[in-house]
Design a protein around this ligand. Sequence first.
Ligand code: NAD
Length: 480
Amino acid sequence: MTDLHRNFIGGEWVADGAATPNHNPSDLADVIGEYLQGDAALTRQAIDAAAAAFPAWSHSPPQRRFDILDAAGSMILAHKAKLGELLAREEGKILPEAIGEVGRAGQIFKFFAGEALRQSGDLLASVRSGVTVEVTREPIGVVGLITPWNFPIAIPAWKMAPAIAYGNCVVLKPAELVPGCAWALAEILAEAGLPAGVFNLVMGRGSVVGAEVIASPKIAAISFTGSVTTGRRITEQAVVSGKKVQVEMGGKNPMVVLDDADLKVAVEAAVNSAFFSTGQRCTAASRLIVTEGIHDRFVGAVSERLAGLKVDHALKAGTDIGPVVSEAQLHQDLEYVAVGKAEGAKLVAGGERLTRDTEGYYMAPALFTETTPEMRVNREEIFGPVASVIRTKDYDTALAIANDIEFGLSAGIATTSLKYAQHFKRNAQAGMVMVNLPTAGVDYHVPFGGRKGSSYGPREQGRYAAEFYTTVKTSYQAAG
Ligand code: NAD
C-alpha cells in the first residue's frame, strides 16, 4: 500500500481525482506513491481560491512574508537528505545532485524572504511645480506556474518564492513525472503558516490542468519552463488573452574548446556540461566545438573519462550518472543516436541501453565526433546523455558555429586567453556565459534565462524576478 497524495487547494488537501502511481526510473518496481490527478473543475477551484486570497495577501506586511518564506527555506534545508532522496527516486538524478538541488531550493526561499523586505520604489520631483511623483511596485494577482520534470524542486521554488514574496497568489501545475517534490513543497508551505489560498497545487496533465490555467481569465500571469513546442503555444495564448508571460524553453548549448585551453579544465567542464544529471539540463552543452590543435587530445581524454563513469541506480553510492527519466525520453535519446550514425557522425563512446540489477532506463553516455554543424544532432535539443564534437579551425569559426543556432540559453568557452574569454563573454549569443566552467550550474541570487528561441519575457531569479512578479504604478500628488 502506497501513500495517497492529494491536491492542495484553499488550504485543504482535496480528495477528488484519480490516483496515478509515481515510478522510480532507476527501479520500475519502486512506486514512490500515488498522486491524485486534478481536472479542469479542480483547477478552476484552485484559481478561485487563489483569487479569494489575493486581496489580503497582496496587502500583507513584508515581515509576515519574510517569516513564512524564511521558515519554509529552513524546513527545506533541514529535510535536505529526505527530500533529496525523494527527488533522486522520482527524477533519477544521483543523490548528491538531488541533495544539492534541494539545498538550492531552500536558499531560494531564504533569498526571496529577504527580497520581501527590500522592495523599493522611486520618489521623484514632478516636472510640474508643487507635484511629487512616486513609482512603486505592486503584486500582479494570481499567477499560474507550470514546471518541467528535470528540476522537480528548484524550478517550482524559483517561481513560487518570488511570486509569494511580492504578494501574489499561486496555482502550481508540476510536471506529470515528478509530482512528489511539488507536493512536499506544498506540505512545507502549509506548515510554515502560509494563509489558505495563497499557494495551491494542482497535479495532473498539461493538456487538462495546464490548459485550464492558461485559459482562465482570472490568471494574471503565467510563468512556464519546459519544451519549445509547449512554451511557444502557451506564449501565443497568453499574449492573445492579455496575460503577462515568462517562458524558459530549450537549449542547444555550445562549449568552445580552444587550442590554448587547460586540457584537464576543458575535459572536466565538457563532461560535466554534457553528461551530468544524465544530460537532462536545459543548460547542458551538447555541441563541443573544438579547435584543431587540441581536438585529438580532447576527444581521447573525454572518451577515457566517459569510460570511467558509472551509470547505475541514482541512490547507489558511487553512481556518476543515473537513469534517463522515462521510457519516452530514453526512446528519444536512442533515436538520436541512430540519427547521428545515419548522418555520418562517428560514435566513439556509449549510445546503447544498459541493464542493471534493477530494471530502469539506463543509457551509456554517447559521444559523437566528425560531426558538422548542419547535422540534426547538432541542431535539435536531444535532452539526454548525448553530445557531439565539431572540429573547427580557429576561435572566429568556433564563435560563428556557437552562435549559428536558434537557441541562446548558455554558452561556454575553455581557454587561457584573456582576449578570447573577454570577446566570447561579449559576443556569445546566450543569456548566460561560462568561462572555464561547465555550461550548467548557476548561482541562485542572479538572473537566469536565455535569448533567441530559448526564452521569452523577463528574467527569472535574483532581484530581476521583480520585473515579472510585480507591476509598476506611477502616482502623482499635489502638494498641500
Ligand atoms: P514539457 O513542455 O513537455 O512540459 C512542461 C510542463 O508543461 C509540464 O508541467 C507539462 O505538463 C505542461 N504542459 C504540457 N502541455 C501543456 C499544455 N498544452 N498547456 C499547459 N501546460 C502544458 O517539458 P518537459 O518535458 O517537462 O521538460 C523538458 C524541457 O524543459 C526541455 O526542452 C528543457 O530544455 C526545458 N527546460 C528549460 C529550462 C530553462 O530554464 N530554459 C529549464 C529546465 C527545462
